[in-house]
Design a binder for this molecule. Structure first.
Ligand code: FES
Length: 347
C-alpha cells in the first residue's frame, strides 16, 4: 500500500521512477551492486572459450524467478563508471539452474563492440552485476510433433537450454542444424552426450563456407516445426523457406517490435535551453545520438531505463505500449519514445 504512494511521490517530486530508485545509492552501501528494478547476481566464473566466446556463470539473488528454456535476460555491468546493458539468452535450462543455483550465459565478444569488448575486464573486477527478469516467448511448443532447431553462431544458446529441458518431455524427433565458423562450435561435448542419452535427438555441425545453402539441410518429410536463432539474414533465409513450405516457424528476436514509423512530422525539442529539430519517424534516442547529445544507451529496447530523462513538457508516444504521455513533467525512455508534439527535455 505504501510503496505505490512512495513511488508516485518520487515521480512527482524526486524525478525518479520509484522510491527504490531514489534510495539506490544508500542501499548500495549495505548491498554492493543493488539496483532498483533489477536483480543482483554474483559473478561466479568467467571463462574464455574458442571463437572469442565467454562462458559466464552467475548466481542470482534468491528472489530471481525461474525462467523457461529459451528466454533471455538483460545483463547490466559497470564499465569505466558507466552502466552498460545488453540482452542475452540463457544457455541453461531451469533444471540445470535448480540443480546448481547458477545461470549460464554464452557471449560472443567483439573487439569493436561497445559492450562485449569490455565485458571480460568488467566482470574480472566486479563481484556483482545485475540481471532483469527473464522474458521472451521463444520457447518450445512442439511436444506432439517433430521439430528442427537451426542455430547460427551464438544462436546456439537458447537451443542448449531447450534441448536440456525438452528432450525428456517428447518422444518426437528433434534435430539440430548448427552453423558456426570452423572451430567455433560451442558445447559440442554436451550435444554429444545428449545424442547418447536420447535416441530421438540428432545434430549436425556445419560451416557456411562449406555449406552455403543452409535450407538444403532441412528435411521437411516429417513436416517439422522449425525453431531458428542466429544473425538477422540467416533467420530471414530460414523464415522465407518455411513460409514457402507452410512450416510452423519460430525465431528468437531481441529487437523490440516497433511499429513502422511513417509520420514525417518535424518538431522542435528544447534540451537544456538549446533547441533541436527532430522527426517523428525515428525514436528520440537514435536522433539524439546522431546529434552527439549527452544521452546514455543501454538495452535500446525499453528494459533498462538507462536512456531515461525528464520530459518537462510536450507529448511523446511510448512505442512499447503505444500510449501517449500526458503533456506535463514525467520520466520517459528515449529509446522507445517518438515525438508527437514540440518537447522540452532535461537530459
Ligand atoms: S536504453 Fe534501455 S530503456 Fe532505453
Amino acid at each position: 500500500m505504501l510503496t505505490p504512494v512512495l513511488d508516485q511521490f518520487s515521480k512527482w517530486f524526486l524525478h525518479h521512477q520509484s522510491f527504490a530508485a531514489y534510495i539506490e545509492p544508500i542501499m548500495q552501501v549495505f548491498k554492493p551492486g543493488w539496483r532498483a528494478d533489477l536483480f543482483r547476481a554474483k559473478v561466479v566464473d568467467v571463462q574464455a572459450l574458442s571463437g572469442q566466446f565467454l562462458s559466464i556463470s552467475l548466481k542470482p539473488s534468491k528472489k530471481w524467478p525461474i525462467h523457461i528454456a529459451g528466454q533471455h535476460i538483460s545483463l547490466t555491468v559497470e564499465a569505466n563508471g558507466r552502466l552498460l546493458t545488453r540482452v542475452f539468452t540463457l544457455a541453461c535450462s531451469p533444471a540445470q539452474f535448480k540443480a546448481t543455483g547458477l545461470l549460464r550465459l554464452l557471449v560472443k565478444t567483439d573487439q569493436q563492440g561497445h559492450f562485449t569488448s569490455q565485458l571480460q575486464n568488467a566482470l574480472a573486477v566486479q563481484p556483482w552485476c545485475n540481471i532483469s527478469l527473464p522474458s521472451g516467448d521463444f520457447v518450445f511448443k512442439s511436444w506432439h510433433k517433430p521439430s528442427t532447431f537451426i542455430a547460427g553462431g551464438s544462436g546456439i544458446t537458447p537451443m542448449l537450454a531447450m534441448l536440456d529441458q525438452q528432450l525428456s518431455n517428447t518422444e518426437h524427433q528433434i534435430k539440430l542444424i548448427y552453423f558456426a565458423k570452423a572451430g567455433e562450435h560451442q558445447c559440442t561435448n554436451e550435444l554429444k552426450m545428449l545424442t547418447q542419452q536420447y535416441n530421438h535427438f540428432s545434430y549436425v555441425m556445419l560451416t557456411r563456407d562449406r555449406s552455403p545453402y543452409l535450407t538444403t539441410h532441412i528435411n521437411t518429410d516429417d513436416n517439422p516445426d522449425i525453431y531458428c536463432c542466429g544473425p538477422a539474414g540467416f533467420m530471414q533465409e530460414v523464415a522465407d523457406f518455411t513460409r514457402l513450405l507452410n512450416l510452423t516457424y519460430y525465431q528468437e528476436s531481441f529487437a523490440l517490435s516497433m511499429p513502422k514509423l511513417t509520420d514525417d512530422n518535424h518538431f522542435s525539442v528544447i534540451i537544456n535551453k538549446d533547441t533541436h529539430v527532430v522527426t517523428s519517424n525515428e525514436v528520440l534516442l537514435n536522433q539524439f545520438e546522431a546529434k552527439k547529445l549527452p544521452v546514455q544507451r543501454g538495452c535500446g529496447i525499453g528494459i533498462c531505463h538507462q536512456c531515461q530523462c525528464i520530459k518537462k513538457s510536450g507529448v511523446v508516444r511510448n512505442l512499447k505500449t503505444n500510449q501517449l504521455s500526458d503533456t506535463g513533467e514525467q520520466l520517459i525512455q528515449l529509446c522507445v519514445s517518438q515525438a508527437v508534439s514540440d518537447l522540452e527535455l532535461q537530459l
